[in-house]
Structure formats: structure tokens, C-alpha cells
Write a protein that binds this ligand. Sequence first.
Ligand SMILES: Cc1cc2nc3c(=O)[nH]c(=O)nc-3n(C[C@H](O)[C@H](O)[C@H](O)COP(=O)(O)O)c2cc1C
Length: 189
Amino acid sequence: MSLKLQIIICSTRPGRVGPAVANWFHGFAQSQGLFDCELVDLADFQLPVYDEPNHPRMQKYEHDHTKAWSRSVAKADAYIFVLPEYNFCPPPSFTNALDYVYSEWNYKPAGFVSYGGVSGGLRSAQLAKQWVTAVKMMPMFEGVTVQMPWTLIGEDGRFQANEHHEDSGEALLKELLKWAEAMKPMRSR
Ligand SMILES: Cc1cc2nc3c(=O)[nH]c(=O)nc-3n(C[C@H](O)[C@H](O)[C@H](O)COP(=O)(O)O)c2cc1C
């Protein structure tokens, strides 16, 4: 049975380009056939700024939004974060969503499809790599960087990937699978 990959849309703002990039990557990942892929939209969970009274390590969640987020995160064996860059950083929606749960992330690999202006979201992805290690995820060396994705979205709303995006996406998925397979036994100990 295939391992489960969640592709998470991290931007939650109205008018965001994140879903166009994530829809492309979801279709691309499905075409590679390495994982059972699911698209997850952070906006659907409507997470407020962290509002649980207990440390997430205890999993004593009080709010329905946290319980729904916990169930979603727990399902996956690996993650791709489709991550914009806000003020040279990951957006607060991403760091907030990371904080909400803990064990659900542990011992799973994380990859980044980052985007922004000329940086392609690289500064955001570099910081996010350090951030995910605090919840015991393993960040991938490989990554996809997309410069100015809004110039690559057609009238049909679809993101038009180029060869660079596809080549780096292929390398990222292959590496993610290696880590996902290696880390799965760590979660049963
Ligand atoms: C608050 C804010 C800060 C931003 N800061 C950066 C930045 O530091 N670097 C960058 O490349 N783009 C920056 N941008 C531009 C974003 O890359 C662009 O708006 C992108 O579409 C954001 O992703 P989203 O539409 O999916 O939310 C910023 C956008 C916002 C809204």
C-alpha cells in the first residue's frame, strides 16, 4: 500500500495564488505515482491564533478546530508545504498550524514548494526547515522554488509549470519517499 502524502496549501488569505500552485503540484505528484496524494487547504480548518490551554504534546485538545486539524495531520506519512514568503518569512498561518499539534508531525519528512518574487520563497523555505525540526520533522534538501507564480497562471486559473519546476519536483518526491519509508518504523517504537 502506498504511503500517504499531504500537499498543504499554507496561504489562507483571500485572493491567494497558493491553490493554483498546489493544484499543479498535487496533479504532478499523482502523475509520479510514488504516493497516495491528498490536497489539504489550511483555510478549511479556520484555525485561530493558537488557543489551546494545554501543550499539544498532551493531545488534550479542547476545540473542534484542533481536533479536526489533528485528525488530518495524523493521516499522512509525509508532507509538502506549498509555502509563500511574507516579509522574508513563512506566513503566520503556517507557523500557527505547526504549533497546534505535535506528535502528529513527529518522525515524518517535510518538503517545500516555495514561491514569492525573485526569491522564489527561498528565504521562507529556509526558515521553515528550521521550524519543522522543532516538531521532529525531517526537512528535505531538495525543493521546488517558484518565482512570481502569478505570471504563470493562465486565464483558466491553472499554473503553468516549466521544466525546472517539474525536474525539481521529481527530485523532491523521490527523496521524500526514501525518508518516508525510512521514518515509518520510527513511529511504532
Ligand atoms: C504580507 C506580505 C508580505 C510579503 N512579503 C514578501 C517577501 O518578503 N518576499 C516575496 O518574495 N514576496 C512577498 N510578498 C508577495 C507574495 O510573494 C505574493 O503576494 C504571493 O502571491 C503570496 O502568496 P499567496 O497569494 O498564496 O498568499 C508578500 C506578500 C504579503 C501579503
